[in-house]
Design a protein around this ligand. Structure first.
Ligand SMILES: [Zn+2]
Ligand SMILES: [Zn+2]
Length: 368
């Protein structure tokens, strides 16, 4: 069972982004390990996970789609690390509480930064929508440097910053006419990390990240829609200073098909028959997404009649129940008849015309 993120945050399904943010703050404050201790840890993770999805408009929209919970595998799971606490709590007064509980030190918290999310656009054809697809994509991406384990330091070990003694901050005392004022600023030597590289890693030039072409296997379920996307957790850019890796979003585009048009899980095509087939009827072979199927035309089939082939459409993303194929029959009227044929046709059909109303009527009856 997928988790109900709304329930976890204690908000209504129609809650605004603002309300969600507020609810998250309240919960995070309550369950933060610095406050609630070990007991709050699980709940804190859960609350974070919920906010990761609901706090992001795009992710929330996908989560809200019926049946979308559990799309792909573990798409929304895990990863509670890239919430930017400083941003969230800056205007809530929580920053002060945070400092109080962590003894005033802010060391380390400035350092790790999560890597960027990546987007990859993938074109697939309708047959692949029908069958689902497992494929490998190659993306140029920054990954953590293996030689230094992402630290940027040659031996993989960081030493304590000698300018700030590892706190990441330096105090400056300034004398003013009213007395002494103490300013606390970020240590410029270690940029607030409290740690420094003693010797740069040669492989990554001390950045801790290297660019490489990464091959990633992705699994696309059957029946996907245009512009739907897969989130591949942890396959984005490497983080900085030990921060978490971003995610990869694979956006799917479906190539136009030479025969079929698609609406939801139904497929549509036109088939042109000649006049005698329309008059005498009979069995014809029609294309399907898998091959062909037989369709029996009744005698006197009119042009623009639509036949429904049940269960010959695409599978649904979630239900696997297949849609239908709708075949519109077009009757080709011969343009050049010999004089002999012309005469006999006139003899059979006469030259009456019939005038009726209903120009704008939609085709109502499907024959199945
Ligand atoms: Zn420092
Ligand atoms: Zn390196």
């Amino acid at each position: 069972m997928a988790k109900d993120y709304y329930n976890i945050l204690g908000v209504d399904k129609n809650a605004s982004q603002d309300e969600i943010k507020k609810a998250f703050r309240k919960m995070a404050k309550k369950y933060h390990p610095d406050i609630a201790g070990k007991a709050g840890e699980e709940k804190f993770k859960e609350v974070n996970e919920a906010f990761q999805v609901l706090g992001d408009k795009q992710k929330r929209a996908q989560y809200d789609q019926p049946g979308s919970r559990g799309f792909g595998s573990g798409d929304f799971g895990g990863g509670f690390t890239n919430v930017n606490f400083e941003d969230l709590f800056r205007d809530s007064g929580f920053g002060d509480i945070f400092n109080m509980f962590s003894g005033g030190g802010r060391s380390g918290r400035k350092g790790p930064k999560s890597g960027s999310d990546l987007r990859y656009d993938l074109d697939i054809d309708l047959e692949q929508v029908f069958s689902g697809l497992t494929t490998k994509i190659e993306i140029p991406v920054h990954v953590a440097c293996k030689a230094c384990k992402g630290t940027g330091s040659k031996d993989g070990v960081l030493k304590t910053c000698d300018a700030c003694g590892g706190t990441g901050e330096v105090k400056k005392v300034q004398r003013t006419p009213f007395g002494q004022t103490v300013f606390i600023t970020t240590c410029s030597k270690c940029k607030g990390l409290g740690k420094m590289i003693s010797e740069k890693c040669e492989k990554c030039n001390g950045t801790g990240r290297i660019k490489e072409n990464k091959k990633i296997e992705i699994k696309i379920p059957e029946g996907v829609d245009e512009d739907s996307y897969l989130r591949v957790a942890g396959q984005g850019e490497a983080g900085y200073n030990g921060g978490p890796t971003g995610d990869l979003y694979v956006v799917l585009h479906i190539k136009p098909h030479k025969i079929f048009e698609r609406k939801g899980s139904d497929l549509y095509c036109n088939i042109t028959i000649n006049l005698s087939k329309a008059i005498f009827g009979g069995e014809i072979e029609v294309p399907t997404i898998e091959g062909t199927a037989k369709l029996k035309l009744p005698k006197g089939t009119q042009s623009h009649t639509i036949f429904r082939l049940r269960g010959q459409g695409l599978p649904g993303t979630h239900s696997h129940k297949r849609g239908d194929e709708l075949v519109k029959i077009l009757v080709e009227i011969p343009k050049n008849l010999s004089g002999k044929h012309e005469e006999s046709l006139k003899e059979i059909f006469g030259d009456d015309i019939k005038i009726t109303k209903g120009f704008f009527d939609k085709v109502k009856d499907f024959v199945s």
